[in-house]
Design a protein around this ligand. Sequence first.
Ligand code: IMP
Ligand code: MG
Length: 247
Amino acid sequence: MQLLQRCPAPRVSRQAQRGVAARVSSSAPSATSSQHAVPGHPDIKKVLYSEEELKACCSRLGQEIGRDYAGKHLILVGVLKGSYMFCADVARAIHPPPPICELEFLKASSYGVGATETTGTVKIDGGFSMASVTGKHVLLCEDIIDSGLTLTKVTELIRTQGKPTSIKVVTLLDKRERRKVHFDADYVGFNIANEFVVGYGIDYSERFRFLPFIGVPTDEAVARIAAECAAFNASNGEAQAPVKGVH
Ligand code: IMP
Ligand code: MG
């Protein structure tokens, strides 16, 4: 159970906390940025991408990936934990399916000194074996690219240690304006503005992962969860511990 472990530090930008910005490009009607909760989801102030839009997005990406990997030995590598739902849906949408399509997962842990930023010091774990990708076409499956630091390091480590035949990235969401390093994904679901999002596998301190849509939490929910985490960590004597973020 999550609360038996250290409550992960929330990673929310200041702009996101003020409720700034929204989706950059999408065919869906634009959402409001008021603090009115989504019916049935009092901690969510707006739905950015509905279940239907996510399904259509996976279907489009699956067609593109299927076309590009026709006849190839593909290995889809999901970056835990945030991409697990997206990875499952996009895998099922790859059409036509490549002759061999394997699945692996890895955990990318980043280490930093604050609660809102990654530093670029990244470790790959989660039982991932570099040997599993050697000589194969790797497609990393990510939930969100933000600063770009995590995937820059992960792709570099896999390229040098795993020696795959090729390596590409599919991401559901891309926050291009947040980049600290240049990084382009090969397949992008949606470009979004600088807004903190949750749902469809993506969490805020282990909350909201199971929502079937991508939404934006209310400021009240963000503040309440941050306070809950601070209280939990303080009561366990870990308030001053260095941040270890697992995505
Ligand atoms: P970066 O590109 O190294 O900065 O890290 C990207 C990771 O940060 C993503 O895979 C997520 O785990 C996390 N992240 C970035 N933006 C958000 C967000 O809006 N909600 C939840 N997690 C986020
Ligand atoms: Mg991630």
